[in-house]
Design a protein around this ligand. Structure first.
Ligand code: PLP
Length: 382
């Protein structure tokens, strides 16, 4: 059995995840070849073939890119995927390769915390930046005359969701390209390219690789010209993934469906338990049927992610809660097999209340995790 057996778009997610990007079996060779450490490759005579210099291509990337492509766009051979050193490298590659001075771009006003810095850089290059919230498809109202629409759904950390298909159709009707940050959902939770986006972009640092030990990013897209510009940007900026990181990512993708199903199911259980607590306000989880995101999320998402957001009454209460947790590390990032939580307001970027907690549910047993969170809520009470 080869990868061609799993890329017809009909196999299950678990099957696809364990076989994604595997090369044809070769006698005495490993199933997933090890990382190729090479700055340059033997290249006698003319420059032909893909592997010449390590900033341009690497066989370990090739297999990982194939794997991610099979998950983002099963059965669509025309999709090209490029891996990067981090999610920000991937995001910047799309924005800075596609936009020129005089262009206009629409960003979410409630997106990833580095986007305001990206905005300042885009503006310094003479690009007009407009922002609108993710919820209620509010980006629709600022689309006229834009060249690129940047969507982040669900948004981090507010977990608002927008109707990707609706926004993509409106953007395309105005001649704008559409990129979706798919970090929170992972390709098993949402497939932006099938929903009409031109680019699916993500940080592989989070649930995609899921062990909190590597940074990685990728861009997947089906427009050959647009992807050539993204590839060119990777070459000139050189924000490339190390072979070891790429290999670890590929190894980790084999368990993506197992991890996501476990973590996401526990996230829903935890959200349900938090809903019963009087000190918890602003609880958000897109998979909770009474969440404001649920209606749209349930139409376009296949899994709802492992992040739960909520607000405790004060900063002090939130800090005591985080200290009282035993199974949840006070740390940033999300998506790992070990639960993490943080008071998001400690970072400058997010306009959230002082007591706002972003909790990333790991692969612990649900009973243990819920008990720990409820105990820490009790222990942190005034
Ligand atoms: C973490 C994150 C990024 C940035 O990814 P890095 O790998 O840290 O560079 C971008 N978008 C979202 C939604 C994220 O959560």
């Amino acid at each position: 059995m080869s990868d061609s057996a799993t890329d017809d778009g009909r196999t299950g997610d678990g099957t696809r995840a364990v076989r994604a990007g595997l090369p044809e079996p070769v006698k005495h060779e490993p199933t997933l070849p090890g990382p190729v450490f090479a700055a340059h490759f033997h290249l006698p005579g003319e420059v032909t073939g893909p592997y010449a210099y390590g900033r341009d291509d690497n066989p370990t990337w090739t297999l990982l890119e194939q794997a991610i492509g099979e998950l983002e766009a099963p059965g669509q051979d025309c999709v090209e995927t490029l891996v990067f050193a981090s999610g920000m490298a991937a995001i910047s590659a799309v924005l800075f390769s596609q936009l020129r001075a005089g262009d206009a771009v629409v960003l979410p006003s409630d997106g990833y915390q580095v986007l305001p810095m990206v905005r300042a850089q885009l503006e310094a290059y003479g690009i007009e930046v407009r922002t609108a919230p993710t919820g209620d498809d509010a980006q629709l109202e600022v689309l006229d005359g834009a060249n690129l629409l940047w969507i982040e759904s669900p948004s981090n950390p507010g977990l608002d969701v927008c109707d990707i298909r609706r926004l993509a159709e409106a953007a395309h009707a105005r001649g704008a390209l559409v990129a979706v940050d798919n970090t929170l959902a992972t390709p098993l939770g949402q497939r932006p390219l099938e929903l009409g986006a031109d680019f699916a972009v993500a940080s592989g640092t989070k649930q995609l690789t899921g062990h909190g030990d590597i940074l990685l990013g990728y861009v997947a897209g089906h427009d050959a010209e647009a992807m050539a510009a993204v590839r060119r940007w990777r070459k000139i900026v050189g924000a490339i993934a190390g072979p070891m990181e790429a290999w670890l990512a590929h190894r980790s993708i084999a368990t993506l469906q197992l991890r996501a199903d476990r973590q996401n199911a526990t996230a829903l259980t935890l959200a349900r338990a938090l809903r019963e607590r009087p000190e918890v306000t602003g609880l958000r989880y897109p998979g909770l049927p009474d969440d404001p995101s649920y209606k749209t999320a349930s139409r376009q998402m296949r899994r709802y992610g492992c992040v739960v957001s909520f607000t405790l009454p004060t900063r002090a209460r939130a800090e005591r809660f985080l200290q009282a947790l035993r199974l949840v590390d006070d740390a940033t990032s999300f998506g790992g097999v070990r639960s993490t939580a943080e008071r998001r307001r400690r970072w400058a970027g997010d306009p959230v209340p002082e007591g706002f907690i972003r909790l990333s549910v790991g692969a612990e047993d649900a009973e243990d995790l819920v008990a720990d969170v409820l105990r820490a809520l009790d222990a942190s009470a005034d």
